[in-house]
Design a protein around this ligand. Sequence first.
Ligand SMILES: [Zn+2]
Ligand SMILES: [Zn+2]
Length: 729
Amino acid sequence: MRTERAQMEDRPDIVAVMVGIAVEGPYSYRVPPGMAVARGSIVAVPLGPRLIQGVVWGPPKDVVAHSRLRDIAHAYDVPQLSEELLKLVEWVAKYTLAAPGQVLRAVLRSTEALDAPKPVVAYRRTGREPEKLTPARLRVLDALMDDLAWPKSALIGATGVSPSVIDGLERAGAVEKLEMPPPPVVLPPDPDTDIATLSEAQQQALAQITALDPHQFGVALLDGVTGGGKTEVFFEAVADTLRAGRQALILLPEIALTNTFISRFTKRFGTKPAEWHSDMTPLQRARVWRGVLDGTVRAVVGARSALFLPFRELGMLVLDEEHDGAYKQADGITYHARDMAVVRAHLSNARVILSSATPSVETRNNANVGRYAHVLLTSRFAEASMPNITAIDMRIDGPEKGQWIAPLLAREVFAALDRGEQALLFLNRRGYAPLTLCKSCGHQYQCPDCSAWMVEHRFRGVLMCHHCGHEVRTPKVCEKCGDTESLTAVGPGIERIAEEAAARFPDAKRVILSSDMGSNAQLRERFSEIERGEFDLIIGTQLVSKGHHFEKLSVVGVLDADLGLAHGDPRAAEKTFQILTQVAGRAGRASKTGKAFLQTYHPDHAVMKAMVSGDREAFYAHELMAREAGGLPPFGRLAALIVSANEHDAAMNFAKKLLSAAPMADGVRLFGPADAPVAMVRGRHRVRLLAQSGKDFDLSGYVRFWLGSAEKVTGNLRVQVDIDPMSFM
Ligand SMILES: [Zn+2]
Ligand SMILES: [Zn+2]
């Protein structure tokens, strides 16, 4: 960069500016006299008829006549973006094949953040008494006795007077109006507030992490059972980073649902963390963004997009539940937050902690080969131990027809309820039934726009497509043959399990947890109620598997342990293993040993065997061997190309042309084109191509070259590229 900066000094009047829209590279602009900008400066530039945000990227790439250029309209009075953040933008664009401007937009997302923060209106006593003293005026003056300035809103809140009372006092000369800088969005966390007393195992784990040079890039896999005390360990590592004067970022997969984590952070560091997720208002986001950039915000707890916050002194990144699928962004820039966190840490000379009870196979492999420090936290915290896991063979010991809970599981749930403990019934499928079928004519209800069944949601009285959200009222008459009383719900969803549970366990206080059962705020409240023991029987989807601490829970039943294994997805076994382990790990988290039951038709599958025997090493060994044999990640690379169009033939024909235009390259194998497993979504037909290569091959570069040399898409054709796909739908 030194050379680029030097060049900028040679021609300070022309710079390249990257704008936050999907363009491939920066444009040249003139720097008007009196304006000083450098690489990383955030500016507003004219583009066509509008003004748009951008970032000064460096000297212009090509020589353009000075007179043809337009001036930078405005340079914002905020610190420059750091060199490593600009490099991250370039890296992500290159790797995911997104346009650099599109990635930059993920950085610049907040417009309010760039203007000077609005001052707060506050009032202070002048010492002069007003001529007329009403009770309301007296309350205000009493509140201001301490001679400090009070923000207007706080003053109104404390005294209950109307704003006009304060205005009147101001006119009477008894109080004066001041403008104060707004308070910081959060107070700085104090690393020494409530230092945890760590167990011996935790101390050893922490020592392994802090042994990583704090000024060098390094990654630690913090690998330990659910409830094993990993959070305490990484909090201490975060404290270590804060003490060293650097910023910390903690990513959580489902932050909007997590009350517990925020309160644990607050207890440990004496103040709330700055949060970053979709439930925040634009103004809250703006203030956090600016605080991160000017350095007043020292620690952020956020969703995956927090990776693009403008940290200047990032020293530590933590990814809790690093295996979680929520870290992959599937739309727009298709990045994986785990991989990008490692890249960002590399650019910032920062440390990374990847924390999980069920690490991804990729991360486990990096630890196995010594690329990451493998920090094992073995003993379960607070004297709890891993649950005993039993497979229920549904071919032999399954429930009676029309029921979904096997007799053995039902007995165990009864026993737990009798003991005053909690039980959990888990099925990772929303709604009442995945299929509605006419018994008379065999008609199956399908979404008109997607190749998917309409899922019945009985509480809401609708059939709904889970791909596009299309809904119809639940029909009473078959739309095909007109028969009444002939429509049947086939298979269970979570609502149907709840119905069976109500009939079998009528005295239990029951709660259903499913992402369609309320707002995030309502779901957070449900979780708190469960943690307080207000329910006996929890019936839930994947939502319940994530990071919640239910102390009284002692029995977990997984109603369809095979659910994830059905797809032709190379990660199916891993995903199933992870979710089953996470759900089973909810049992027995306090002092009791829990029990978990897996209802399965495949008790001999490697995943089920590893679960029952508690031998996760066997699972990883088996899975790594299978991946290596297939040349699959982490031993190979994959890139998916999804061609979509309004007509099936258009998509398929273009995909065939793409395939024939593919450049020859050693070790690259191409598969397809084939209709995607979900062959139509929102009325668009989808055809997939898959490229596979060795792990040291630049597959992103190959695909970029391929698409660059192939025919361009026209009309309603689209080609979407997914490097390192996690889903094969
Ligand atoms: Zn029918
Ligand atoms: Zn649909």
